[in-house]
Design a binder for this molecule. Structure first.
Ligand code: ADP
Length: 849
């Protein structure tokens, strides 16, 4: 609520208006006039005779001003105007008194007391603002001090009077000022709170009106719900019941199963509507109890028998402890039965397999206590009160383990309360819960009206609520009233996962939903077109996915444990199954939900209730997309394979071309015939000694074979020249490593080999050609090849010299170790040099030069 601004014009108006300022101002003028006139008498007694007529004129003038102001007052439009008129009256009064004080001798004049009267009036009669009052008080002070100052008397006694009077007047003004300030603040504060109060009241009134109309709407709504929901539901359930009872012919098992699903879910809906209606009635105080005396000890066993089959299914034991004698209670049996059924069905719902449920009946002086105790999951302390509120659940999350709406306990509490009883819960997490219902004995606590209703009793056993006389009598149709109470707990068998193990259809679809009825529905809708696997949890689904790799997954979103989104994330994070399309199925729609699902990796989304045509269409479209994707992937793979075949072919074609080139060179030079082959042989031997891998050996073989391929560009006349070469001829020959590289480098795979070819005339000490590489800058292959090349050159005949012996070649190579050759490679060469000698047919009897 906003604070009203003080300076606001409306606020000021309101402030003055609050105190009937017009009347006050009127009264002030009249009173002031009367007093002013009557003070003539004082003039007569007090003032010197010669001043009387002067004072008379002064008073008449002031009275004249009163008259004018009185007339003006009637014309004022604003409340503040009234205050200003009142101030003006005071000012005229002041002027008059001030003049008289002057004539009566200034400071010592007794007429100063007239000013006191004005001060009093300003404080008491007029609700002046502090500002206005301060101004007025300043004027009052001035109107005493100024005329007196002009007419200053002389003498010591005069001074004491002056000081006394000024002292009193000033003190009075200060007190008055303080009073006005305080009152002004008080008035403003009070007005502010009043305005706030008015606003709050106004808002409250508005909300009240809204609430009333909402309440009317709600009542109207519930009345409509009664007719619009229960009637059609009844009209569905009644014929369904006849059909199921076989009154319309024999049913096939599948048909019967389907109809039972429909009936069960119809019951669930009916129970929910009934509960809501009951709750509403109870809360509005419109529930009419139908009490009668009941022996509680005998009342409970039939209820226990009803839940027994469900308890057996979950292997939960039921116990009942009660006094040996009858325990009589007056209550509405139908309603109390609902309370106990709610407690029992909760106990069954929240107790795990192998647990225990006990009902105790205990008799006290004035009350009977019924306790439903279980060994279930328990309820946290902070929820023990709130679980009795409408829609409250300990676990209301989307992944909760149990279905429910959270109205069962709210209804139970309301029913107990109309019986003037109490209900409360005690629990220990993980150990169990206990619901304690305390009902009063006797019937004094019931209104007479409730008790009178007993006269209208219907025969016992006809389970019909007599309270809703004009509502459709649902219970007449759903005669199995107890089944209706427990329908939520009924377990549904999905009838075996995949009936036919063998593949019948093209696609296998995995359906995951914690609700077996939904799985049954999926089976009914899809089994004619797809093979199905039905599982009730995402964990099971994931396992199946990894083992069997179905073609598609239909997965519910809200499930206990791993929910649909977590499932989608898990699948998409697993390389082996991420390609399998996932369609999420959910009852919760909305852009956010869909977005979350798609972000988790789902391929599509469909909302419940789904239409079978749409569901199938979506499945088919996902399967088609997946089919196309895998066809595309296959085509891609084939294409890649073909491309690599082609590259291989091209490479080998190139190699054979280059090899024939190499042999062409060998052929060009009759002296060096088979030189390349021998260099290759020697190089491979050294490399083998140095531990080259298969691939490295392959590369070196090529490099060695092709090392002189650049010589193709050197004329035969130069190559075969017997005499010494000229400088130009030598330069031309020296170009062959670069030319060789240029011939080989167009083929990507030969790049490394080309590098070795280029470097096969480099020297270890950096004085070789073409790049003057040094030491390990020279590729290892080239370092090996130079040794093999030199050895072969020395040991084979050249146009310009004869062939030398193995030993000589070895000696030469040793001599050049560290200058021309890499000492490490030389070392390796030496270790196997013996085998070279055999190869060239030089068995130690060297032909010394
Ligand atoms: P609903 O069972 O439909 O959710 P109820 O009003 O019957 O609604 O129960 C409200 C909540 O109280 C339940 O959701 C559950 O969390 C808690 N509750 C009730 N009974 C038990 C019980 N016996 N053990 C554990 N929790 C219980």
């Amino acid at each position: 609520m906003t604070k009203p601004p003080d300076r606001d014009f409306d606020f000021e108006e309101r402030l003055y208006g609050e105190y009937g300022l017009e009347n006050r101002a009127k009264l002030t003028i009249i009173l002031s006039a009367v007093l002013y006139a009557s003070f003539l008498f004082l003039d007569w007694v007090h003032a010197p005779r010669e001043l009387f007529s002067l004072f008379l004129y002064i008073r008449l003038a002031v009275l004249g001003a009163h008259l004018v102001l009185y007339v003006l007052l009637g014309r004022m439009k604003t409340k503040r105007g009234y205050a200003q008129i009142a101030i003006a009256v005071a000012i005229f009064d002041l002027l008059g008194i001030s003049a008289m004080i002057y004539f009566l001798g200034g400071f010592t004049s007794a007429y100063v007391q007239g000013l006191y009267i004005i001060i009093m009036a300003a404080v008491v009669a007029l609700p002046l603002s502090f500002r206005d009052a301060s101004l007025l008080f300043l004027l009052i002070w001035a109107s005493y001090v100024i005329p007196s100052g002009i007419n200053l008397p002389s003498g010591r006694s005069a001074w004491t009077d002056i000081i006394t009077n000024v002292f009193f007047l000033t003190s009075l003004l200060i007190m008055g000022g303080w009073g006005v300030y305080f009152m002004d603040r008080l008035r403003r504060r009070e007005l502010r709170s009043r305005i706030q109060l008015e606003e709050t009241t106004e808002q409250l009134q508005e909300s009240n009106i809204k609430l009333k109309s909402l309440d009317e709407l709600k009542t109207q709504f519930f009345a409509n719900v009664n007719h619009e929901l229960r009637t059609p539901l009844t009209l569905m359930l009644a014929p369904l019941k006849s059909v199921l009872e076989g009154r319309m012919g024999k049913l096939t098992p599948t048909f019967k199963d389907t109809l039972e699903t429909m009936q069960r879910n119809g019951y669930k809906l009916l129970k929910l509507i009934n509960n809501l209606l009951d709750l509403n009635k109870l809360e509005e105080g419109k529930m009419r109890l139908k009490v009668r005396a009941v022996n509680l000890v005998e009342f409970i066993p039939p209820l226990l028998s009803s839940v027994k089959p469900l308890a057996d299914q979950k292997q939960i034991r039921l116990y009942y402890q009660h006094p040996p004698h009858p325990v009589e209670l007056t209550l509405d049996p139908d309603q109390f039965e609902k309370v106990l059924f709610n407690l029992l069905s909760n106990a069954l719902k929240f107790t795990n397999k192998g647990g225990k449920i006990t009902i105790y009946v205990e008799e006290k002086d004035r009350a009977v206590i019924t306790t439903v105790e279980d060994t279930g999951i328990g309820i946290p302390d902070n929820m023990l009160e709130t679980i009795f509120d409408r829609f409250s659940q300990v676990d209301g999350s989307k992944s909760r383990a149990q279905e429910g709406t959270g109205i069962g306990l709210a209804l139970a509490r309301e029913i107990v309360l109309v019986h003037k009883g109490t209900i409360r819960a005690e629990s220990e997490i993980g150990r169990g819960s206990r619901f304690i219902v305390e009902m009063l004995k006797g019937e004094e606590h019931f209104d007479d009206e409730v008790l009178d209703r007993r006269q209208e009793d219907l025969p016992i056993g006809l389970k019909r609520r007599t309270t809703d006389v004009d509502e459709p009598r649902v219970q007449d149709i759903v005669t199995d009233f107890r089944r209706l109470q427990l329908v939520d707990l009924e377990r549904v068998d999905i009838g075996g996962a995949r009936t036919e193990e063998s593949k019948v259809h093209d696609a296998l679809i995995l359906c995951i939903d914690d609700n077996p009825e939904v799985l049954k529905l999926m089976k009914m809708l899809l089994a004619d077109e797809f093979d199905l696997e039905l599982v009730t949890s995402a964990e099971q689904g994931l396992k199946f996915l990894r083992e069997k790799g179905p073609d598609l997954v239909l997965c519910d979103v809200m499930m206990p444990g791993m929910d649909g989104h977590a499932f989608a994330r898990a699948v998409k994070a697993d390389e082996t199954i991420k390609h399998i399309p996932i369609i999420l199925v959910t009852a919760r729609t909305g852009a956010e939900m869909i977005d979350e699902g798609l972000q988790a990796g789902a391929d599509d989304y469909i909302s419940k209730p789904f239409d079978s045509t749409e569901l199938k269409a979506r499945i088919r479209s996902q399967l088609r997309v997946r089919q196309m994707e895998s066809e595309l992937a296959l085509a891609n793979k084939n294409l890649r394979m073909r491309t690599s075949d082609l590259v291989d072919q091209q490479r080998s074609l190139f190699l054979s071309t280059v090899k024939s080139l190499a042999s062409a060179i060998d052929a060009k030079d009759e002296y060096t015939r088979h030189h390349s082959t021998r260099v290759t042989d020697f190089s491979l031997k050294i490399a083998g000694k140095m531990g080259f891998s298969e691939k490295e050996l392959g590369d070196l073989e090529l490099a060695a074979l092709l090392h002189d391929v650049g010589k193709i560009a050197v004329p035969e006349s130069i190559l075969n020249k017997p005499g010494k070469l000229t400088q130009e001829e030598f330069t031309l020959i020296k170009e062959h490593p670069v030319r060789g590289e240029a011939i080989l480098s167009p083929v990507i795979e030969l790049k490394e080999i080309a590098r070795v070819v280029r470097a096969h005339h480099e020297r270890y000490d950096g004085t070789g050609y073409p790049d003057r590489l040094k030491g390990r800058e020279i590729p290892l292959g080239a370092r090996i090849m130079t040794i093999a090349d030199t050895y072969d050159s020395i040991t084979s005949e050249r146009p310009y010299r004869k062939a030398s012996s193995h030993r000589y070649a070895v000696k030469e190579i040793i001599a050049c170790s560290g200058t021309q050759f890499d000492p490490e490679v030389v070392q390796n060469f030496l270790e196997i040099a013996g085998t070279f000698a055999q190869q060239i047919g030089d068995d130690q009897s060297a032909k010394e030069p």
